[in-house]
Design a protein around this ligand. Structure first.
Ligand SMILES: Cc1ncc(COP(=O)(O)O)c(C=O)c1O
Length: 392
């Protein structure tokens, strides 16, 4: 039944793993959502908007207060000056910003260079737009950008680079030198860059630098973010794109036929969060850093080779040596064996790869955006379980 533009897009692994967590009562370190909500005063703002008549269609590009707050946020944190009238658009989560950016900028047959492993909606949207993906692989255990590979992925058919830093699922935060290399390639080949920066505030030492701040980059960069990760409101799905007016216009041109406008009552609350709670994400990052360390030390003490992430919610382990054919088999067995859910990284690598040539085959992703006691309980369960595989 499936139409060709959806064919071959693997189903998201999160649905299966979260269902497995629910069915087995396992602790879910799979999907990246916090188990504590964002600031209560921000929630009160949303409640007030619901009660006070903020319930009809918002303007297509978003309510003015939120567009202004996004412009202030980019100025306050990064020194970027944006016109909220033409250089900012509010979307239904960063997910819609990704969809609208790709549908609005990629012609059928255009090539899109992107970092592999990748957030799964990138693949789906490039395919739906008729684009061709050209992955540049970040390889374990360090997951650094291979600049030579980036250069050779670009051809005369490349339309855009789709970047993501801080990077899900590896936790890599691109360094100044890596960002400079991306900017040089983009300028040299006159490419647009769409950069997904939803984890912009969730870094642990390595400072996040928006690509748009590099010389020559603002005019060719569309920056995406959302309220979900920065303020622990992943269910709100309030996101945005910002950048030069023609790129923002392209997002809006596609967005108007996807959702027309995004949910009205949460937008004033998101504006309030950005304006009145500018330091909240930094406090969240400090607390996440402690939880990252708790999880990574725990996983290491179990004998799992663990890459400590510089950003995001996720740590990665290599299960080579435990005797499993791959991370998928390990993660399917883990709820029964240990009462814990984690996510195999295979799903984040290109599905067209030969199964044997899968740089993510032995990798497993664990989320640490959970309360310390939940992480502690998961580690205890893992320590008490036999993690050895059927081949071990
Ligand atoms: C890299 C990346 N981009 C985008 C999103 C989605 O953001 P939103 O919930 O705002 O749609 C996520 C969520 O996990 C993500 O990890």
């Amino acid at each position: 039944m499936t139409v060709s533009r959806l064919r071959g897009i693997p189903p998201t692994i999160f649905t299966e793993m979260s269902a497995l967590a629910a069915a087995t009562g396992a602790i879910n370190l799979g999907q990246g959502f916090p188990d504590v909500d964002g600031p209560a005063d921000v929630v009160e703002r949303a409640v007030a908007a619901l009660r006070e008549g903020g319930n009809q269609y918002a303007p297509g590009p978003g309510v003015p207060a939120l567009r202004e707050a996004i412009a202030h946020h980019q100025a306050r944190h990064y020194g970027l000056t944006l016109d909220p009238g033409t250089q900012v658009v509010v979307t239904t989560g960063a997910t819609e910003a990704i969809a609208a950016a790709i549908l609005g900028l990629v012609e059928p047959g255009d090539e899109v260079v992107l970092l592999e492993p990748y957030y799964d909606s990138y693949l789906a949207m490039i395919q739906m737009a008729g684009g061709i993906r050209r992955p540049v692989t970040l390889r374990a255990p360090d997951f650094r950008l291979d600049v030579t590979a980036l250069r050779s992925a670009v051809s005369e058919r490349t339309r855009l680079i789709l970047l993501n830093s801080p990077h899900n699922p590896t936790g890599t935060v691109l360094t100044a030198a890596e960002l400079r290399a991306v900017s040089e390639v983009a300028v040299e080949h006159d490419l647009v860059v769409v950069t997904d920066e939803v984890y912009e505030h969730l870094t642990y030492g390595e400072e996040h630098v928006p690509l748009a701040t590099l010389p020559g980059m603002f005019e060719r960069t569309l920056t995406l973010s959302s309220i979900g990760k920065s303020y622990s409101f992943t269910g709100w799905k309030v996101g945005w794109a910002s950048g030069p007016a023609p790129l923002v216009r392209a997002v809006l041109d596609a967005k108007q036929w996807l959702t027309f406008t995004s949910g009205a009552p949460l937008q004033p609350a998101a504006a309030y969060a950005l304006d009145a709670e500018p330091d909240w994400p930094h406090r969240l990052a400090a607390s996440l850093r402690e939880r990252r360390d708790l999880l990574c030390e725990g996983l290491r003490s179990l004998g799992l080779a663990t890459t400590v992430p510089q950003g995001t919610y996720f740590a990665t382990t290599d299960i080579t040596g435990l005797g499993w054919p791959d991370g998928e088999a390990f993660c399917r067995a883990l709820p029964e064996r240990a009462g814990v859910v984690a996510i195999p990284m295979q799903g984040f690598y290109d599905p067209d790869r030969d199964r044997a040539d899968q740089p993510g085959r032995q990798l497993v992703r664990w989320a640490f955006c959970k309360r310390p006691e939940v992480i502690g309980a998961a580690l205890e369960r893992l320590a008490g379980a036999d993690l050895g595989g059927p081949l071990g």
